[in-house]
Write a protein that binds this ligand. Structure first.
Ligand code: ZN
Length: 420
């Protein structure tokens, strides 16, 4: 969509560095502002973000993340997922409350703005981090959630696209990364004809995901208002997602909750506010299907604002109607379908090849192929890393293999293998 945005860098009187980072709308009329347009108001210091009606400069973003880590050291820490083509940081806030439990908590992942100009989610994620951290110990719902779920929030996964015009503004943000590549068409896709060369941002993200065990996630976009559940690479009539009914329930709850606060949203694609991705339009190389297919992580795509780059003054309104849905979606991790079993993969047209256990850390037993067939262990690009002759009862020693996702091929069949 068109953007008629003028660089609108507001200048602010710097307030005391110790000021609380809570929404304080009342503090703002007293702050002098000078700007050319209200469209893309920028906050060039942390205090200017207090009412959440500004976009942060890149430096303000980094400062906010650091400040939370300093203010809530027992609740959060910053992970560096990696760096962009131009060297900007791709960060993730890991939020976790009580950590004395012997039971591993389920891991939840939010990630936004893989399309650099779709920045509503960027600010929503920052505000969500602030809300969970500042609400811990005060709001029972947030406290319970932060104590029971390991929450990871990556506010901007394509910072070069977002700060295309420079670190001081999101005006002029672009969809692609600095190499001109659409990162949400660049993930490994077992069904795509052409294999893309992985971009650094996605390579770093894949490495990060491999080092975690995310069970539920969402990738936030803008340009429409609809909950887009998997698959993206098939129409549902061709191959429905195995948990389609669950997805529809989850999406309905998300949309219904938001409509309690504003009945006019999530209506620009269809009346329900949710859709199977491929029924909207088929894409290949998206992150959503990558997470579902390769990681057994239930991920959907949240399209949360009809405009990709909202007027900054509208950001609080979007937070108002999205905040409860965003928090509740994290809690859905407590009731995953087929818990512990992972989800079925699409495209296993030759189901004879079976691995047990999978994911695995040391040895994998292979079943369902004939003696004498050649077993090939491949990376996601299809390169053969190792091969051996199969005989009944073969078990593969994968203890030396780095953690990650691989393909095991034999006799024309292929199955993914997740090495923990
Ligand atoms: Zn997008």
């Amino acid at each position: 969509m068109k953007r008629a945005l003028v660089l609108a860098l507001a200048t602010f009187v710097t307030v005391a560095a110790s000021a609380q980072l809570k929404p304080r709308p009342d503090a703002f009329p007293s702050v002098p502002e000078v700007f050319a347009s209200k469209s893309v108001l920028m906050a060039d210091n942390m205090e200017a973000m207090a009412a959440w009606n500004r976009y942060p400069t890149y430096e303000t973003y980094l400062a906010l993340m650091q400040r939370w880590a300093q203010e809530y050291p027992s609740l959060c820490n910053i992970d560096t997922i990696g760096t962009s083509v131009n060297g900007r940081l791709i960060l993730c806030m890991h939020i976790e409350g009580r950590r004395d439990s012997a039971v591993a908590k389920p891991q939840f992942f939010y990630s936004s703005t893989i399309h650099g100009d779709e920045v509503t989610g960027y600010v929503m994620m920052l505000r969500l981090i602030d809300t969970l951290l500042s609400g811990y110990g005060r709001n029972p719902q947030y406290t319970g959630l932060v104590d029971s779920v390991a929450i990871y929030i990556n506010p901007v996964s394509n910072p070069d696209g977002t700060y295309h015009s420079g670190n001081s503004t999101v005006a002029g943000a672009v969809r692609e990364n600095a190499n001109g590549v659409d990162l949400n068409r660049n993930y490994p896709d077992p069904f795509a004809v052409a294999k893309a060369t992985l971009q650094p941002e996605n390579e770093a993200m894949i490495d990060y995901v491999n080092r975690h065990n995310f069970r539920l996630s969402a990738n936030l976009h803008g340009g429409s208002e609809v909950m887009n559940y998997p698959w993206d690479c098939f129409r549902s009539s061709v191959r429905p997602h195995p948990e389609r009914a669950w997805w529809m329930d989850v999406c309905k709850r998300f949309v219904d909750t938001s409509r309690v606060y504003s009945n006019s949203h999530f209506r620009d694609v269809n009346s329900s506010g949710y859709i199977a991705g491929g029924d909207w339009y088929v894409i290949h190389g998206g992150r959503q299907d990558y997470m579902n297919y390769y990681h057994d992580c239930l991920e959907l795509t949240m399209e949360i604002s009809t405009r990709k780059t909202l007027d900054a003054e509208n950001l609080p309104e979007y937070w108002r109607f999205l905040q409860h849905s965003l928090v509740n979606y994290i809690a859905e991790i407590r009731h995953l379908p087929g818990a512990q079993q992972g989800i079925d993969s699409p495209g296993q047209d030759t189901p004879s090849l079976e691995l047990f256990p999978n994911p695995a850390s040391d040895r994998v037993i292979v079943k369902g192929i004939t003696d004498g067939a050649t077993l090939q262990l491949c990376d996601l690009a299809g390169r053969v890393l190792a091969e051996q002759r199969y005989c009944k009862g073969t078990s593969l020693d994968i203890s030396a293999l780095p953690a990650g996702v691989y393909l095991l091929r034999a006799g024309g069949a292929a199955v993914k293998l997740v090495k923990r």
